[in-house]
Design a protein around this ligand. Sequence first.
Ligand code: NAD
Length: 416
Amino acid sequence: MSDKLNPFAIAQAQLDKAAEILQLDPAMHAFLREPMREFHFTIPVRMDDGSTRVFKGFRVQYNDARGPAKGGIRFHWEETVDTVRALAAWMTWKTAVVDIPLGGGKGGVICDPRTLSPGELERLSRGYMRAIARFVGLTKDVPAPDVYTHPQIMAWMMDEYEVLTGKHEPGVITGKPLELGGSAGRGDATARGGIYVVREAAKTLGIDLEGKTAVIQGYGNAGSFAHRLAQDILGLKVIAVSDSKGGIVNTNGLDPDAVAAYKRETRSVVGFPDADTVTNEELLELETTVLFPAALENVITEANADRIKARIVAELANGPTTPAADDILYANGVYVLPDFLCNAGGVTVSYFEMVQNAYQYYWPEEMVHQRLDQKMTTAYHAVHHMAENKKVNNRVAAYLVAVDRVARAVRLRGWV
Ligand code: NAD
């Protein structure tokens, strides 16, 4: 992978920019550029046909100065340790920008979960937890779902951990089913948090979103909830959505219930009646007020940034925009809501889940929404003020807010 598209090289380049503006001490800069700890391990899994396959797994604890490491586990065929490192770094900045007392971590397994049977997936999930059990826990490192991992996988992992340690500790992992200590409001939290940030950004920009258009790339947890909430909370008309198989467009708007039902039935949005097809590349370049990248990294690059027509790019995905593309979007007046601010709703409600697990006392959904709104709104305005004060784009501003908070914690601990 070239450095231009290597997510960890990108994460480091973004930090370097912030370090320069913050005039970070060179030792602090060097410390924050690398993960504090990482684990590489093998996971042997007995397959349904009796054979054994060995999968490669990672867990990176990037920084835990502000609290236990926190971050999802991704199951993906193109997973690399550098992707995990980058995502762990972004988690560190994300928990800091929304000011929750957690650090940053991330995990992954190189596998294609689409080809595994439910039994194989369960054995892989339990095997992953067996490999990291001694290094995680409510006060050490708390995993969560990410791409291709879901509440059932969290339940298997939690159960494996509790069997191994012989105690009840649901807060070892978040994104669990409600029956096993999940939080109300976790399901749509990432999308909802992004929607609150878009609402605040529109106020700053003086845009009335009612009846304006939105386009969404990716139709999983983040993307499908963004469809419904963009419509219900912001009054946006979602005109195009996509998944890994391609996209659909209808300028009169797409109904979230109908598209979700169609995807449940056929496993893709492609072929949805009353819509034209578009490629994932074309979808990004559609005329729209808000564009939500909600799939994978590096989809907006210097090759297509000039053709992005959205007024606001709300990054629900992690790392969808390369640094070179960032500069082009900024120069073109596209208002980017950077990933670790825009998609921080998921980790914020995960944190609420940990708090509720610790007390074994659960909050109603409205309370979760209200507290999430308060965290996201405060974080957006902190970033916006920084951007205004330092005359930088929102991504650099978000780094300035987050890196400064993490550096203070590291310094106060006397590590550097
Ligand atoms: P998911 O697995 O639920 O959904 C991913 C979606 O992206 C699927 O619809 C898939 O078909 C689609 N996709 C995959 N490859 C694609 C491609 N090449 N082009 C277009 N679409 C493609 O995952 P998710 O949880 O919704 O995560 C999506 C993004 O949001 C990731 O970058 C993830 O890191 C980020 N994120 C998720 C959460 C969360 O709480 N779920 C929190 C923060 C950030």
